[in-house]
Design a protein around this ligand. Structure first.
Ligand code: ADP
Length: 379
């Protein structure tokens, strides 16, 4: 009997699940938001994931529902679960990936390390938090933010006047999340996977670099991380995964502080940009592992296939650069670089693809991955 996975959302994450699904002989279906999506290669149906009937009909055609993004309303998922549909990760876990305040509250209950934070609803509460935290903070909308949208550094409550207006506040759930501005030495991410029965696997801790709030480069493993930090990061991921009941891939994004502490920034309960390196860099990629995990199959080995993997994102420059013009030349000049493009229409800042280079030399992998991405951008 063929196992059937249904993915809600037709972005690049769903697209990259297609290859391992074919390899494993799984059937993969996608509920995409529009025609011509990144994942259109799979059996794709277009529909509105905010309509219960649409999602319920889709769910009837598969054995498990999983996600390319975190935006499906929880009420819909709870109804599906009540009707016996396998939703992985389940709604009770996903609630913490959809709402940064709920995530902070749960991580606090679990006693996990985080930046100082507070829920604020008024300018006075925000000013009080600023006064107690050196006059600067990172203010976040708890829902609806991504790639740095919904994140703002502020030095006075008046910097957030527009977000504190009643209508704007209602749209994001009535409360904002204020966090201490962490002086981190770098950002890292711990990727892991958990099955519904509780099997668990981690990849090595990776270093992530963001540009304008968007992931730009990932180095696996995180250079210079000591054994204690590596073990601690894996323990944090395990505590989060068990503590919120994740099924599938979990990414825990963290800040590393000058004194070596790890503080959790945010969680993603799906394959994540910090794990794209694993397609070439690991025995089992995050996309294959996600499929195994949501189907409650045994997890694959996460052993590295090379000492270093470097992944560089290709971000759209404008609405014309589609990487077609220089494509052939770039492939010819960079034969060891693994080039991935997502079949998306060009737009400035949009994640259009990525490049991974695996090597025994970190210098070579870094230089070659960046040179290939640059060459693609220049066309
Ligand atoms: P998004 O949901 O858009 O990914 P994040 O909460 O991850 O937003 O924030 C985006 C970026 O902003 C982070 O990668 C980090 O560089 C910076 N940032 C977020 N929170 C803090 C914080 N508390 N202190 C310092 N920098 C932060």
């Amino acid at each position: 009997m063929t196992l059937r996975v249904g993915v809600i959302g037709g972005g690049q994450l769903a697209r990259m699940m297609i290859v391992p699904a074919l390899e494993l002989g799984l059937e993969i279906k996608v509920l995409a938001e529009a025609h011509g999506s990144s994942a259109a290669l799979a059996a794709t149906q277009v529909g509105d994931y905010t309509k219960f009937e649409t999602v319920a009909e889709f769910a009837k055609t598969v054995d498990v529902i999983t996600f390319d993004h975190e935006h499906v309303p929880l009420e819909i998922l709870r109804r599906l679960e009540a009707e016996g549909v396998s939703v992985q990760p389940p709604s009770r876990a996903l609630a913490f990936a959809q709402n940064k305040l709920e995530m902070r509250r749960r991580l606090h209950e679990l006693g996990l390390p985080m930046p100082v934070w507070a829920a604020v609803q008024t300018a006075d509460e925000l000013q009080e938090f600023l006064n107690a935290n050196g006059g600067v903070c990172v203010l976040k909308t708890p829902i609806g933010g991504y790639d740095g949208k919904g994140v703002r550094i502020i030095r006075s409550a008046s910097d957030a006047q527009d977000w504190l207006e009643p209508d704007a506040l209602t749209r994001v759930g009535g409360t904002l999340l204020a966090e201490e501005k962490v002086s981190f030495v770098r950002e890292v991410a711990q990727l892991s996977a958990r099955t519904p029965s509780g099997d668990f696997a981690t990849w090595p801790l990776v270093q992530t670099t963001q540009a304008n709030g968007v992931c730009a480069e990932v180095v696996a493993p995180a250079p210079g991380a000591n054994a204690e930090t590596i073990a601690h990061a894996a323990e944090i991921a395990r505590s989060v995964a068990d503590g919120v009941g994740v099924a599938g891939v979990l990414a825990v994004e963290m800040f590393e502080t000058p004194n070596g502490r790890l503080l959790i920034n945010e969680l993603a309960m799906r394959p994540h940009n910090s794990g794209h390196f694993s397609i070439e860099g690991s025995v089992t990629s995050q996309f294959e592992q996600h499929l195994r995990a949501v189907l409650n199959l045994p997890l694959g080995s996460t052993d590295a296939r090379a000492a270093w993997s470097v992944m560089v994102n290709i971000l759209g420059v404008d609405d014309r650069n589609d990487f077609v013009s220089g494509f052939e030349k770039v492939l010819g000049e960079h034969p060891v670089a693994k080039v991935h493009t997502y079949g998306k229409g060009a737009r400035a800042g949009r994640k259009m693809g990525h490049v991974t280079v695996i090597s025994d030399s970190l210098d070579f992998a870094t230089t070659e991955a960046n040179a290939t991405a640059q060459a693609l951008l220049q066309g």
